[in-house]
Write a protein that binds this ligand. Structure first.
Ligand code: DQA
Length: 149
């Protein structure tokens, strides 16, 4: 790995602000703040900078994706349920040429059928599914390594 300074934007979509209390049997008991703390530690180990944001609004996420290419090398995103139907978010990724790594905490393929399809996945650089919140760390590492290539 070379030491070029890498910046990664981490986006969490709708309902992920409720991590920790939302269906803990599916998503675990870690809160978004806990996750951010752990990701910051991982980012320090990887020698990259991260910014973490959460929104319940599709348009806000689209705006962040458009802007992201100006200051970030890649985006790690858990789109929440938008993954399953937001063509607008998918179009934002292709339109702005965002290098995006998609994360799902739960194994969406073992759940309801509507979760089996992601409209984001075909335009993602990589996908991490069903690894719990460790998936964010894995996606972060992939994003950093890809940016340094
Ligand atoms: C999720 C899976 C989605 O189906 C769901 O709508 C979420 C969370 C996950 O991280 O497992 O909000 O993206």
């Amino acid at each position: 790995m070379n030491s070029r300074h890498v910046r990664i934007l981490v986006i969490n979509g709708p309902n992920l602000n409720l991590l920790g209390t939302r269906q803990p049997e599916v998503y675990g008991t870690e809160t978004l703040n806990d996750l951010e703390r752990r990701l910051r530690e991982r980012a320090a180990q990887l020698g990259c900078e991260i910014e973490m944001r959460q929104s319940n609004l599709e348009g806000e996420i689209i705006g962040w994706l458009h802007e992201s290419v100006k200051t970030f090398d890649a985006v790690v995103m858990n789109p929440g349920a938008y993954a399953h139907y937001s063509y607008a978010i998918r179009d934002a990724i292709t339109s702005a040429r965002v290098r995006l790594f998609e994360v799902h905490i739960s194994n969406v393929y073992a759940r309801e059928e509507f979760r089996h399809r992601s409209v984001i996945a075909p335009v993602a650089a990589g996908i991490v599914v069903g690894m719990g919140t460790v998936g964010y760390e894995l996606a972060l590492e992939a994003a950093v390594r890809t940016a340094r290539r």
